[in-house]
Design a protein around this ligand. Structure first.
Ligand code: ASP
Length: 442
């Protein structure tokens, strides 16, 4: 506590409270300006709103991007060091196999569950039944060019076999240089760590010590970056809410309610129950530990950018061992996306309903399967799953241009789906820690 000028101790707000304050402030100011000045759908923008957009894009957004970049900056060294140390620390390839298979089982099980929940919700609520053709046309026109961009990005998507081949990078430095190709770096670190278990300890000591200090340094840097989080978060949220399509939100209201309701339900009920059952944590204890994690995930919309914070939360808040958190989180940030799978299930079925295409049970099961696979393949960056969603639409016979219908509200949905994406990784690492006999912090 710092002494005040009068000598009485002055309380400093805790970091999670300051970050939360930034979030609320950014959201409220952005939303108020949006509501006051944004034009109705399809009408030209008044000068006042053009000015709001200019401020949001040119002045506020750079500070948000700065925060995001600072987080991304430590991702590559943390992914490499934590995975290498995690695998090398396991001591044997057999142990890696058993930890790895449990981790994959968790990823597939929870992602599948989320996709099924998404589809079930759309079948019950039927959000696409009453969207009028005029509304569909108006929204499609407004977001046509963004939709085309996303469809163009999806054109570069590869077949499954090709994707597996590409997981092994030709050039590991190249893989480390692109946030959407981090899987290549992960595979390299895993293989190198496995190799380290086969060499005498003294031959790998130097690299292990180097990775340990690099890791510690990055965690220190992350601590500094998080001090900037209240401002960074406020800027990111202001930008998102000032430019959010509130008008479109009303037009596709039932879709919005279904997707957001499903994601919030998944986070509050399913993930909370998983934390109780698998990590033995009461809801109170769990949410006390994940406050900063949730706000970071929500404001950055990125599992990758949040990954160092997820590791820090597992280790510092819950007492998970570094090797397990460092093994699960990089993999989870790239492959385990529960919220994304739920969102894909909801979106595909909603757009099929709007298009007037009933999907058979077989096709719905196909959607579950493809939603799981694309959630694994999606990059943990803002909007990382949208190009893949275009592919799922094509597979079930819905024109990908229909994507336009959900783009106007996707920012908020993206922020929300990133929450279960990261908390599921966290619970997985806590479950595995307990299985390995580690006591979690009470
Ligand atoms: N933004 C999500 C994440 O990083 C990915 C997505 O669903 O677009 O977890």
């Amino acid at each position: 506590m710092e002494p005040s000028p009068e000598g009485a101790p002055r309380r400093r707000m805790s970091l999670p409270t300051r970050i939360l304050l930034g979030l609320v402030l950014g959201a409220v100011v952005g939303a108020v300006l949006n509501v006051l000045y944004a034009p109705p759908l399809g009408e030209p923008k008044p000068e006042a709103y053009v000015r709001v957009e200019w401020w949001a894009d040119e002045v506020v957004k750079p500070f948000g991007t700065l925060f995001l970049n600072l987080l991304f900056m430590v991702v590559v060294p943390i992914v490499f060091c934590s995975l290498f140390l995690g695998v090398a620390g396991l001591g044997s390839v057999q142990k890696l196999g058993s930890l790895g298979s449990r981790t994959l089982l968790w990823f597939l099980g929870t992602t599948g569950l989320a996709a099924v929940l998404g589809i079930t919700l759309v079948r019950v609520i039927e959000p696409g039944k009453n969207v009028s053709p005029d509304v569909v046309e108006a929204i499609k026109q407004q977001y046509a060019s963004t939709a085309q961009q996303k469809i163009a990005q999806s054109a570069g998507a590869k077949g499954w076999l090709e994707m597996v081949v590409d997981m092994v990078p030709k050039n590991v430095v190249g893989a480390a240089g692109d946030n959407t190709k981090i899987l290549g770096l992960i595979v390299f670190a895993l293989i190198l760590g496995a190799a380290a278990t086969r060499l005498p300890q003294d031959r790998t000591r130097v690299l292990r010590e180097l990775c340990e200090s690099l890791y510690e340094l990055c965690v220190k840097v992350l601590g500094w970056v998080m001090e900037f989080a209240p401002i960074g978060v406020a800027c990111l949220i202001f930008h998102a809410s000032a430019k959010l399509g509130f008008d479109v939100m009303k037009l596709v209201g039932w879709y919005f309610v279904t997707a957001m309701g499903g994601l919030i339900f998944y986070q509050l009920v399913v993930v909370t129950a998983l934390a109780r059952v698998f990590a033995g944590l009461s809801p109170r204890r769990f949410y006390r530990g994940v406050r900063t994690l949730l706000i970071t995930a929500f404001s950055t919309s990125s599992s990758n950018a949040t990954m160092p914070t997820t590791i820090r939360t597992a280790v510092d808040e819950f007492g998970a061992p570094k090797e397990i958190a460092g093994f699960v989180m990089p993999l989870g940030a790239t492959m385990n996306m529960n919220g994304t799978a739920l969102f894909e299930g909801v979106s595909v079925l909603f757009l099929a309903q709007v298009y007037g295409k009933g999907l058979s049970i077989g096709e719905q099961l196909l959607v579950v399967g493809v939603a799981v696979l694309t959630a694994i393949g999606a990059a943990g960056v803002p909007g990382g799953s949208i190009p893949l969603l275009a592919i799922v639409l094509i597979q079930v016979g819905v024109p990908p241009e229909f994507l336009a219908l959900i783009l106007g509200v996707d920012r908020l949905v993206d922020m929300t789906r990133t929450l279960p994406n990261v908390t599921s990784d966290l619970v997985c690492s806590l479950w595995l820690s307990r299985r390995e006999g580690h006591q979690l912090k009470a």
